[in-house]
Design a protein around this ligand. Structure first.
Ligand code: PLP
Length: 418
């Protein structure tokens, strides 16, 4: 059987597929794995109770259930939900948005597939353009979404060393070049895998660059405000028609609902709706239904700020304590966890590559994600890529601690300079 280039792209091994496979097998049970690998959010009882109550109410209310499962949404997604999101963004941030600025997708991952292929690849004048990732490490899920190969250009960050074996990546604006071959700039904020939160100044400078070159700035806000607000410092979210702001219901506790939200200029929102119509007729109804009341009432803000954010902040601090205890004596650094729910560990001088580190950990039943996947588009051969790993700290504390203990053992066995 012969596959087209399109078919081959999906048939071959890629980072996101391996990650989702490992995670799926770990969740499916069998061998007890310590799963610090995927992007699954924590199970937070107050969030679960709220979602369960919403589901039960719907089941009891007239024909709500039948309408939920029995109708296709419009290609841009459920209108009352889009209106509710626009209202919330207007009230909260004073953004001049209406439902015409909003399109839903089946998960924000799907939105990135659409957006990157809309702004990169072959253009009608014969030119080819790429997506600029101003700072790597950056989200693994971007790496394979281009229909063209090599759709990213990216840069190493500057590294700022902080107290207590922590560090922070910063955009190296001196190195950054926005050539005519760049079709859009994209950042995740907070960043998966590192927990970095780009400063308002960094976002301001990227926005100015996008304006100067007349290209969009895509901000992947899967973890940021107004929901789920998993970030531990104050930032000021900005939007205008040059910015494509992507939200998701996943990290709020609804990854199974597969709901992404794109906030953009009306013509971009309409193009996203068009892509929905062609590729899946319509986005699913379920996420919009589950979150409608929460967004309309603004309760989602309270839930995010008073329940979700403190939950992850506590877990981040706890995980840092475990790291300090279990990695004592090892030469390591950890990225300052400013948001999201991952720790990004760096072992300078690690004599084995990050893939080998991943394999050795997997053999010890600990799943993490090897660091080298998080540098899409980085042309130079930076050794740093081979010295890092990402671990999710959203799981139960005892699981996180045991995982970190084993990471310590495996790295000690491999040997580092320290
Ligand atoms: N963006 C970032 C930074 C993520 O970490 C994830 C998931 O882990 C996504 C986007 C995609 O999320 P979803 O497709 O569930 O909305």
């Amino acid at each position: 059987m012969r596959l087209s280039q399109f078919g081959e792209k999906f048939a071959r091994d890629c980072g996101i597929l391996r990650l989702m496979d490992d995670l799926g097998s770990a969740l499916a049970g069998g061998e007890a794995m310590i799963s610090l690998g995927g992007g699954n959010p924590s199970r937070i009882p107050q969030v679960e109770a709220c979602l369960r109550e919403r589901m039960e109410r719907g089941l009891q209310q007239g024909d709500t259930f039948e309408r939920l499962v029995g109708n296709y949404a419009a290609p841009a997604g459920d209108r009352p939900f889009r209106q509710a999101v626009a209202g919330l963004l207007h009230r909260e941030f004073d953004w001049p948005v209406t439902e015409a600025n909003i399109a839903l997708t089946n998960g924000s991952q799907t939105a990135f597939f659409y957006l990157f292929n809309m702004f990169a690849g072959r253009f009608s004048d014969g030119s080819r353009r790429k997506i600029l990732l101003p700072l790597t490490p950056e989200y693994i899920g971007y790496a394979d979404v281009g229909l063209d190969d090599d759709i990213f250009v990216s840069y190493r960050p500057e590294i700022e060393y902080l107290d207590g074996r922590r560090f922070k990546y910063r955009v190296d604006f001196d190195a950054l070049q926005v050539t005519p071959h760049i079709g859009a700039i994209c950042v995740s904020r907070p960043t998966n895998p590192t927990g970095n939160v780009l400063t308002d100044e960094e976002i301001g400078r990227l926005h100015a660059l996008a304006r100067h070159h007349d290209i969009p700035l895509i901000i992947d806000n899967a973890y940021g405000p107004p929901f789920p607000s998993i970030l531990f410092k104050e930032v000021r979210p900005v939007w205008d028609e040059r910015i494509v702001f992507c939200l998701s219901l996943s990290k709020l506790g609804l990854p199974g609902a597969r709901t992404g939200i794109v906030v953009a200029a009306p013509e971009i929102a309409a193009a996203v709706a068009g892509a929905n119509a062609v590729l899946s007729l319509a986005p699913g109804n379920f996420g919009a239904y589950m979150a409608l009341d929460l967004v309309e009432s603004g309760d989602v803000l309270r839930l995010s700020r008073e329940v979700i954010r403190p939950h992850y902040q506590r877990k981040a601090m706890q995980a840092l304590d475990y790291i300090a205890e279990e990695l004592d004596g090892i030469d390591y650094y950890v990225h300052d966890p400013e948001g999201a729910f991952f720790l990004w560990l760096w072992f300078p001088g690690l004599p084995i590559g990050s893939q080998e580190l991943y394999e050795r950990l997997k053999a010890r039943r600990v799943l993490v994600v090897p660091g080298h996947y998080f540098f899409p588009g980085l042309a130079d051969d930076w050794q740093h890529r081979q010295e890092c790993l990402r671990m999710n700290y959203a799981q139960e504390d005892a699981v996180v601690r045991e995982g970190i203990r084993i990471i310590g053992e495996v790295v000690r066995e491999a040997g580092t300079r320290g």
